[in-house]
Ligand binder design. Structure first.
Ligand code: A2P
Length: 343
């Protein structure tokens, strides 16, 4: 290893954990130590990193002594339990769960959108919800030119959002159906293979599920517009990884499509994918394994002169989770913002 930072991955054996390992290696994150933490079930498991093997340890409150940066992706309850120990040990926690996202003292950061917010951290920085990250990367460049008044989104979310075991469940169910057997739902409440269903998170009194409310509240926090009107319908689809989203944006005046296309063609973290003659636009299989959010089908809303429609696909495990977290770590290092309240 080369570099000076001591890094721990909490949840190293999960789908996002695995991607964090891949990204730390491919992006040559400057590390002197990499500690892999998971549940006691995985203690002793060996994972490859840059040609060598690292052994996974069961996390304990003492695991964070001497660690500078913790990349946490083991779920909200584990983050709530261990983040305080990591912070007390002097580490910065970049947390993938929803445990801390809406706390006023916790920055919620998409580096292409609100990097400055990271400087205010008090030991914890939250990585936003995956669908919210992908949407924020795509709409922020337009919002900078003409402020967005309202967002209506519909999502088509892959199994990867529910973790590695959920991805395996779709494969097993698909094989079972092809073999003439009844698919068995275990992680998801219903069969996902050859099916889809509204996102399986608790529903509030207004009829919106938690995932939809994350898109509302987190988008407001990231864009810094507390009253932004956002409404979302989130749906799970039998895609393994990479989420898709249909997004309708309303402005106070018409947003010429050609201008929007030019802006998105050069926007950071965005790749414009549009071949109107071939009817070729972003697809989850193309977005899988890619860093940028693929955006296309940009068109004026036929029902509203001040509206724009667009379609996007982004790798949920990469930009929707692991890549965004590593980019935050890179930002802290580049700006010298590791210490709480650096600015
Ligand atoms: P483990 O593999 O030991 O269960 P995913 O989101 O892909 O399902 O991954 C979840 C990650 O969170 C895994 O690395 C998993 O480790 C980890 N994890 C789950 N429960 C715990 C726990 N009680 N303590 C630490 N890590 C946990």
């Amino acid at each position: 290893m080369s570099g000076s930072y001591r890094v721990a991955i909490l949840g190293a054996t999960g789908a996002v954990g695995e991607e964090l390992l891949t990204l730390l290696a491919s992006r040559n994150f400057p590390m002197s130590e990499l500690k892999l933490l998971a549940s006691p079930r995985s203690a002793g498991t060996k994972l490859k990193f840059k040609g060598s093997e690292l052994t996974v340890e069961a996390v304990t409150p003492e695991s964070f002594q001497g660690i500078d940066i913790v990349l946490a992706s083991a779920g909200g309850s584990i983050s709530k339990e261990y983040a305080p120990h990591a912070v007390a040990a002097g580490a910065v926690v970049i947390d993938n769960s929803s445990a801390f996202r809406m706390l006023p003292e916790v920055p919620l950061v998409v580096p292409e959108v609100n990097p400055e917010a990271a400087a205010q951290h008090q030991g914890i920085i939250a990585n936003p919800n995956c669908t919210t990250i992908l949407m924020a990367v795509a709409v922020y460049p337009l919002h900078q030119i003409r402020p967005i008044q309202r967002i209506i989104a519909a999502t088509y979310q892959s199994a990867s959002g529910a973790g590695a075991r959920a991805m395996q469940e779709v494969l097993t169910q698909t094989q079972d159906i092809l073999d003439g057997k009844a698919p068995k739902p275990e992680i998801f409440p219903y069969p996902l293979a050859f099916n889809l269903f509204p996102h399986n998170t608790p529903i509030n009194a207004a009829g919106y599920c938690e995932e939809e409310m994350k898109m509302v509240n987190e988008t407001r926090k990231i864009l810094g517009v507390p009253g932004l009107r956002v409404s979302a319908t989130c749906v799970r689809v039998p895609v393994l990884r990479a989420h898709s989203e249909a997004i309708n944006l309303e402005f106070t005046e018409p947003f010429p499509v050609a201008e929007a296309r030019d802006i998105l063609a050069t926007a950071p973290g965005v790749k414009l994918v549009e071949d109107w003659e071939a009817n070729y636009f972003p697809m989850p299989i193309d977005a899988s394994g890619q860093d940028p959010v693929l955006v296309g089908r940009i068109r004026t809303d036929l029902s509203h002169a001040n509206g724009l429609e667009l379609w996007l696909c982004g790798d949920q495990i990469r930009k929707g989770a692991a890549l965004n977290a590593v980019q935050i770590a890179e930002l802290l290092v580049a700006k010298n913002w590791l210490k709480p309240g650096s600015k």
